[in-house]
Design a binder for this molecule. Structure first.
Ligand code: ACO
Length: 370
């Protein structure tokens, strides 16, 4: 038995949800470029869960369900008030999602119908939870979700307490589309491993949030912003990035386990970053990002991934740095839950083996002889 470090190149399951073939990402066979141009996040979530694009009435039906489920139990909000105000936002989200299960009578119902309903419910509730935590830590009251608007609109409304402008809603909606699913990424795999024991959907999503939190995965978007803030201005880019490369530090937002010729999502986020920069009259973050890309790609051949330009996009939308990864979670929840439903449909326990590298033929030594 020989281990493959990081399971690189190992095909661990079949899936009909999303594919990465020759550097092209598709959801249910549809190129992400087409979806990014034309689809709303709600259409994409429907596509991931049901395997087809919704008709207008099916989409209206999903929007109504999302509206109906968007409030969270008062007990969950009360518990959030007790979280330390400076706690990590992904830790808060992980805890809150886990606690949602406590107030869902159907949490343990393993029928396909109940699980699909819980997927939609979680999709509706996650933005409410993230916005509530953000407001409570700022000493403000959470704002109840409103009906008849998109998830992107509702999230910005609940976060800021005012109607968002259309450009911000459109940009966030497109970012949600781009992050919705990504084959067997680390957090999706974590979700599938958890539910393959026939544990419930809340446990699967809680595992996924834990995996997404790390800086090698979803946490990279926040880490990119930390780097941009550390650099501070365009004229400092070259020396700081060069120092990092000389010190063999990883440059956050670059490289990918699967894409070696570039992440197809990055160009959309780059375009969005440029357009938002122009619109707000502040191009510095965009220009710093482009300069970093020139240096890192030029010297290391590494291309930006989905997280790199997300940082300047979200900052230009005036979203706090530590909400970037929770926003990633709001979007990826659609993919996680589609994968959880797929795992339940054709389940087998996921239990690989390890190549043993410890001592052999060791003996028990009584404690007084050690
Ligand atoms: N900056 C500098 N060097 C890098 C980077 C980077 N961002 N990424 C990879 N490398 C180098 C490594 O140092 C390594 O070099 P070596 O062979 O000389 O030691 C080589 O490229 C291979 O890198 P690994 O880390 O082994 O590649 P792996 O496939 O395991 O990792 C990963 C992929 C985790 C994404 C990596 O590229 C990385 O750490 N990037 C920065 C974090 C990041 O942006 N994560 C987000 C990924 S996208 C997402 O999850 C949403």
């Amino acid at each position: 038995m020989t281990a493959t470090k990081g399971l690189e190149g190992i095909v661990a399951t079949t899936s009909s949800i999303s594919s990465i073939i020759d550097g092209v990402l598709t959801y249910r066979g549809i190129d992400i470029d087409e979806l990014a141009e034309h689809a709303s996040f709600e259409e994409v979530a429907y596509l991931l869960w049901y395997g087809k694009l919704p008709s207008q009435s099916e989409l209206n039906g999903l929007r109504k369900e999302l509206d109906a489920y968007a409030s969270v139990p008062a007990e969950v909000i009360e518990a959030i008030r007790l979280y330390p105000k400076d706690t990590n936002t992904m830790a808060a989200l992980r805890t809150a999602v886990s606690s949602l299960a406590l107030y869902d009578e159907a949490a343990g119902d393993m029928s396909a119908e109940a699980n699909l309903k819980k997927a939609i419910k979680l999709q509706a509730q996650l933005p409410t939870v993230v916005a509530a935590f953000s407001r409570i830590r700022e000493g403000k009251e959470p704002i109840a979700p409103k009906s008849g608007v998109s998830i992107a609109h509702n999230f910005l409304y609940m976060l800021n307490g005012e109607e968002p402008d259309e450009v911000a809603v459109k940009a966030l909606d497109q970012a949600l589309v781009l992050h919705a699913d990504h084959e067997l990424n680390a957090s999706t795999f974590a979700a599938r491993v958890t539910v393959a024991t026939l544990s419930d959907i809340y446990s699967g999503v809680t595992s996924a949030i834990g995996a997404l939190k790390g800086p090698l995965h979803g946490g990279a978007n926040e880490a990119v912003m930390v780097m941009l803030e550390e650099i501070g201005s365009l004229d400092r880019v070259e020396s700081i990035i060069q120092d990092k490369l000389n010190n063999k530090e990883k440059i956050m937002g670059f490289g990918h386990r699967v894409y070696k010729n570039g992440d197809p999502r990055a160009k959309h986020l780059q375009k969005m970053s440029r357009e938002l920069g122009k619109l707000t009259g502040n191009m510095e973050l965009y220009e710093m990002s482009v300069k970093i890309e020139d240096i890192v790609t030029g010297q290391k051949g590494l291309k930006p991934n989905v997280d790199f330009y997300s940082a300047s996009v979200y900052t230009t939308l005036k979203i706090a740095r530590d909400l970037f990864t929770p926003i990633f979670a709001i979007s990826r929840l659609s993919g996680w839950t589609a994968h959880i439903l797929e795992q339940y449909e054709n389940n087998r326990l996921i239990r690989p083996r390890a190549e043993y590298t410890g001592p052999s033929s060791a003996r028990y030594i009584p404690i007084n002889e050690r």
